[in-house]
Design a protein around this ligand. Sequence first.
Ligand SMILES: CCCCC/C=C/C(=O)SCCNC(=O)CCNC(=O)[C@H](O)C(C)(C)COP(=O)(O)OP(=O)(O)OC[C@H]1O[C@@H](n2cnc3c(N)ncnc32)[C@H](O)[C@@H]1OP(=O)(O)O
Ligand code: NDP
Length: 341
Amino acid sequence: MPECPSVCTPQCTNCDKSQFQVRHRTLEKRFLPKFNILKHLSHDHKMAGQTLVPNVCSVFREDLFHDKVAIVTGGGTGIGKTITQELLHLGCKVMIASRKVERLKKAVTELKSTISRSSLADIDYLQCNIRNEDEVKNLMSQTIKQFGGINFLVNNGGGQFPSGAGDIRLKGWNAVVETNLTGTFLCCREVFNQWFKDHGGVIVNIIVDNFKGFPLMSHSGAARAGVENLTKSLSIEWAEYGVRINSVAPGGGIYSETAAANYANPTMIQSSIPRVPAKRNGTTEEISASVCFLLSPAATFISGETLRVDGGASLYKNKYEIPEHNKLPGYTWEKDLSSKL
Ligand SMILES: CCCCC/C=C/C(=O)SCCNC(=O)CCNC(=O)[C@H](O)C(C)(C)COP(=O)(O)OP(=O)(O)OC[C@H]1O[C@@H](n2cnc3c(N)ncnc32)[C@H](O)[C@@H]1OP(=O)(O)O
Ligand SMILES: NC(=O)C1=CN([C@@H]2O[C@H](COP(=O)(O)OP(=O)(O)OC[C@H]3O[C@@H](n4cnc5c(N)ncnc54)[C@H](OP(=O)(O)O)[C@@H]3O)[C@@H](O)[C@H]2O)C=CC1
């Protein structure tokens, strides 16, 4: 672990680790191909009564988005929270939106405290279930009212539950498709109708690594394939309005406490590591950087594209182990003729 810097950082009241140690331990663990991250994160580190907010940094220049307004769905947790942190760091005003108000409130309180006085950045939240058309309309209109317009939409909110396709009930299928495909469509349509049609803007959709199918999450694989195609259609339809739209496909498992908590087996996020050429999980920061790149002027000639951020995983073999079986016998004329004898 790196040496403690000369300026002493606050101590965690739960475990005596310094802020500096916590930050570096977290990074260190993330890069170890072991499944012990959960143990390390078993309590919130608190510094002088405050939950630790890790120091934000970015490969982009600090004022890059100082005149921009972004909406990040699912911006209170995991990948969405990291994207929000980086956008704030780059001077952006960010509206985060999802279903659970308590999580949104907590994130806003935490992240607001990180904004420096000289920055034009700002953050607020709105409750919005992206499956609900009226709530999506309200998200756009309230953001325009509060921040004066919208430049970026990051459709990050989404998810699924693991299940064999044979066991997925219609309600569960619909819940996943409505969340990931319909919800993304509603957000795109409303931001376009209410603002982008007249002012242009940039959209980034977060999808998944479903390029070789998404066994045990077939509902999500199908819904995200729909989003990938929607991305292509809209990039063509809306180019004349100054709208760019791309997708980012995180792969290999991106650890966050909330992502892991969604699964009965919390090591599921880590289980794909053996099949990631990079031999590690991705970080939320790596997803955020790719989103910021696609939002930025560095990507003004990129639209309708899907950026795979997966350490090469989508090129490697499928992560679903197929049990030994002989249920798909071969066809030969000999067998065919002998069956007719
Ligand atoms: C190698 C690993 C790679 C992993 C790659 C991807 C990782 C990630 O995406 S991490 C992100 C994880 N975060 C989330 O998924 C959060 C968002 N997800 C959800 O909110 C749910 O999964 C949802 C999309 C299904 C929505 O849930 P909810 O709002 O509760 O939906 P409804 O009440 O309308 O309907 C629920 C309906 O869905 C079925 N169902 C839900 N959960 C399960 C489950 N765990 N197992 C089986 N079935 C489930 C079920 O039919 C529900 O209806 P009822 O039976 O009437 O409750
Ligand atoms: N972690 C990973 O390995 C990977 C993640 N992804 C995708 O990245 C995105 C972010 O996931 P991640 O940060 O990892 O996990 P999280 O579970 O932390 O994030 C999911 C976010 O989506 C929000 N959300 C879910 N349903 C809705 C809804 N109906 N309306 C509004 N918001 C909703 C949740 O907020 P709330 O519950 O408050 O509504 C939550 O903030 C998801 O789309 C996920 O599927 C893709 C590939 C890999």
